[in-house]
Each structure stands twice: as structure tokens, then as C-alpha cells.
Design a protein around this ligand. Structure first.
Ligand code: ZN
Length: 116
């Protein structure tokens, strides 16, 4: 992979990481605010806010994504970024464009999913 392409994907990953971190920080802020307003009379407002927050805090998924992004950035650093972790073949650019933190090529991805 050319340095220029690698740079492109690195940027994609850093942007995605930044986006998730912002979401997590926002969710944490909302949680703090909610706790601060615990004794507030306006319960409807509070429960409405908490629904939105829970949705945002399905951050388990975001945390998992964050880990995958970190892993991909690590792979960029050690030069194995576009190499499939299962078969060692190159992962296609098109696949990486669709999912910049893909660990497996098109062939291995379904196999990986089946075994889990
Ligand atoms: Zn593969």
C-alpha cells in the first residue's frame, strides 16, 4: 500500500476515533448533568433525557468500535494494516474504504463470523 493511501486511512481512523470519543464525552456529561438534577421536580424531562442518554450509552458498541480503531492504528504503525489477520493476504482497498478498521479480507470475514 502506498504511503499516500495509508495516510488516507490513518486520517479516516483518527476521525472516527475522535467522533466516538466526542460521543462518549458527551454521554458522560449528560450522565453528570442527570445526576446533578436528580432531585429536580421535572421528572418527565429527566426521564426523557435519560432515554436519549441510554441510547447514546449503548456505548458498549462504541467502545468496541474504538478498540477496533485503536487496533487498526496499531496495525498501521507496525506495517500490517492491509494484511488479513487470518490468511495473510492483502485486504482490498474497496473493503478498507467501506470499513477502515477491517481485520480480515472478504474471504475470511464470513469464516470468522461463523466461528463466533
Ligand atoms: Zn483472509
Amino acid at each position: 500500500m502506498q504511503a499516500k493511501e495509508l495516510e488516507f486511512f490513518k486520517e479516516q481512523l483518527l476521525n472516527a476515533k475522535e467522533h466516538i470519543l466526542q460521543n462518549l464525552i458527551l454521554a458522560q456529561k449528560e450522565l453528570d448533568q442527570l445526576q446533578a438534577q436528580e432531585n429536580n421536580d421535572d421528572m418527565d424531562f429527566a426521564s426523557m433525557r435519560s432515554d436519549a442518554m441510554i441510547e447514546q450509552l449503548s456505548s458498549d458498541q462504541q467502545s468496541a468500535e474504538l478498540k477496533e480503531i485503536e487496533h487498526a492504528l496499531e496495525r498501521i504503525r507496525n506495517g500490517s494494516y492491509n494484511i488479513c489477520e487470518m490468511c495473510g493476504e492483502k485486504i482490498g482497498i474497496a473493503r478498507l474504504k467501506a470499513k477502515p478498521y477491517a481485520n480480515y479480507c472478504m474471504t475470511c470475514r464470513p469464516l470468522f463470523e461463523k466461528s463466533h
